[in-house]
Design a protein around this ligand. Structure first.
Ligand code: HEM
Ligand code: HEM
Ligand SMILES: [Fe+2]
Length: 446
């Protein structure tokens, strides 16, 4: 680690870990409700649990990206953050807004738009908060003489993500327009600009962990950016089949979204190739496992399972069922959760000053969480396909089908328990590493 101000990343990561644990808790509340044990219904109804589960997911991932940016940008530029106090204020205010939103969901204070449930007054606070972050990171980059492709792509991804929050705040009383703009945020985030953030963080980690030339890795980053924009922007159309937009979206959405897996395929093949080619044996081999694992699981969860229901002929039957939840879990896990956990695994020894790598607990966390998530996705896949068949082919009543599906949620709970065990091990390892200590080494590689 080269710069003292990079240490702020530790606190972003710590908050991300805490919110992640809370997210999982609400996942269990919903899974139990699906099996008929909805004992918390009067306190935490399903809709509140769902809003908390998915909004916490987004917030902890953003915390993870912000932590990553605070670590990577000073490392790439060789300069301290523009303003450390601003970073601290931004972290604390973000936590406050998040906590208020989560409490509000329990009191029916929400907007009722999936993923964008945060009430409007809080949206404005989020905008101010993110402006502080973008300003701080942007000025750090601007002031520096060394601006690498990796750091510019990371910054552009974060800036674009901030700008794409705004369409979700456009006021309209037309339901089609509301759904239309909602997808500008949700889709263009995860299948657009977040992929730039992902590409940049993967590039950074691969440069550090494999020793392969920066020029080689950064050229690939351009290809990923190109493929993402080519397919992802018009691919938004795969969400416009039912919302009341013109029917040409069926073609546009189908064709362009079918190309989207290419970008994820590119990342997986490249990460694997670079990891094999890398001559340097970095002591933190588990960080490389998370990095390569992220690229591979993203391809499976987003690319393969996304493709599985993206064509209008298939989506006609699967739309809004547990098939969507199946894909949502593995895609978010592979692409973005594993990315943040990989970044933490890499940065933690530098941040805490304790160079402990690859402990047994950390290895256990990697395998158990991944196996648990794959099993949970499989259980949801079985439930989803059964739901499509019974509800939409056989024509059974929605609630009667939900009762048939209850048994599959026992599988979700068991697999979820395995997954949660892995995450607890990860968090234990994080906590055990302790708070940051010691001197910063300006020649440090991290
Ligand atoms: C990392 C990238 C991705 C993530 C995190 C992700 C996550 C999600 C989530 C959470 C939903 C549900 C959204 C909602 O209803 O509000 C969704 C829907 C969908 N995703 Fe993805 N996805 C990713 C990439 C892809 C890709 C590459 C494809 C296609 C090749 C795809 C195809 C779809 C389709 C067709 C739907 C709509 C499902 C429905 O009709 O209910 N996704 N995705
Ligand atoms: C033990 C862990 C977990 C359990 C038991 C769990 C369970 C659930 C359940 C029951 C739902 C609601 C499905 C429905 O609408 O009926 C859900 C939704 C969702 N969960 Fe989880 N979850 C867990 C962890 C995670 C993780 C780690 C992620 C992301 C990396 C995640 C992402 C999502 C998303 C994106 C949705 C919305 C899916 C959609 O749009 O249909 N969950 N989860
Ligand atoms: Fe999409």
């Amino acid at each position: 680690m080269k710069r003292e101000s990079q240490r702020i990343a530790y606190y972003f990561f710590a908050v991300a870990m805490a919110l992640f644990c809370l997210q999982i808790l609400y996942g269990f509340i919903m899974a139990f409700a699906h099996t008929g044990y909805d004992v918390l219904h009067n306190v935490i109804p399903f809709n509140a649990a769902r809003a908390v589960h998915i909004n916490l997911l987004v917030v902890w991932l953003l915390m993870g990206f912000m932590g990553a940016a605070h670590f990577i940008i000073p490392d790439e530029t060789g300069e301290d953050l523009y303003s450390l106090p601003l970073a601290k204020v931004q972290l604390v205010t973000m936590v406050i807004v998040g906590v208020v939103a989560v409490i509000g969901f329990h009191f029916n204070w929400w907007e009722g738009r999936k993923f964008l449930e945060i009430p409007r007054p809080l949206d404005y606070l989020v905008v101010i908060n993110v402006l502080m972050f973008i300003w701080n990171i942007g000025m750090t980059l601007w002031r520096s003489a060394r601006r690498t492709t990796t750091s510019i792509v990371l910054f552009m991804g974060l800036l674009a993500a901030a700008l794409l929050y705004l369409p979700g705040m456009i006021d309209t009383d037309h339901q089609t327009m509301d759904a239309f703009w909602r997808w500008w945020v949700v889709h263009l985030w995860v299948e657009g600009v977040w992929e730039l953030i992902m590409g940049a963080i993967l590039a950074y980690l691969l440069i550090k962990l494999t020793g392969v030339d920066r020029e080689v890795i950064e050229k690939w980053l351009y290809v990923i950016v190109g493929l993402t924009f080519l397919s992802g922007i018009l691919g938004t159309g795969h969400h416009y089949y039912y919302i009341g937009t013109p029917s040409y979206w069926l073609w546009i959405g189908g064709i362009f979204s079918a190309l989207e897996p290419l970008a994820f395929f590119g990342m997986a093949v490249y990460a694997l190739a670079v990891a094999r080619r890398g001559g340097r044996q970095h002591p933190n081999s588990l960080a490389l496992s998370w990095t390569v694992g992220c690229a591979i699981m993203a391809f499976v969860g987003a690319g393969v399972l996304g493709f599985a229901h993206t064509l209008p002929q298939v989506n006609l039957w699967t739309h809004g069922t547990l098939v969507t939840a199946m894909h949502g879990h593995l895609a978010f896990w592979g692409a973005y959760a594993m990315l943040v956990l990989g970044m933490i695994t890499y940065a933690l020894p530098f941040l805490t000053g304790r160079k402990v790598y690859n402990s047994g607990v950390a290895t256990f966390a990697f395998w158990t969480s991944n196996i648990g998530m794959v099993c949970m996705t499989a259980a949801m896949a079985v439930a989803g396909v059964t739901q499509v068949y019974l509800e939409r082919r056989v024509g059974m009543d929605f609630l009667a089908v939900q009762q048939e599906l209850a048994v599959h949620f026992v599988g979700v709970i068991l697999a979820g328990a395995l997954f949660a065990l892995g995450i607890l091990a990860f968090v234990y390892n994080f906590a055990k590493a302790g708070r940051p200590v010691g001197e910063v080494d300006p020649s440090g590689v991290g």
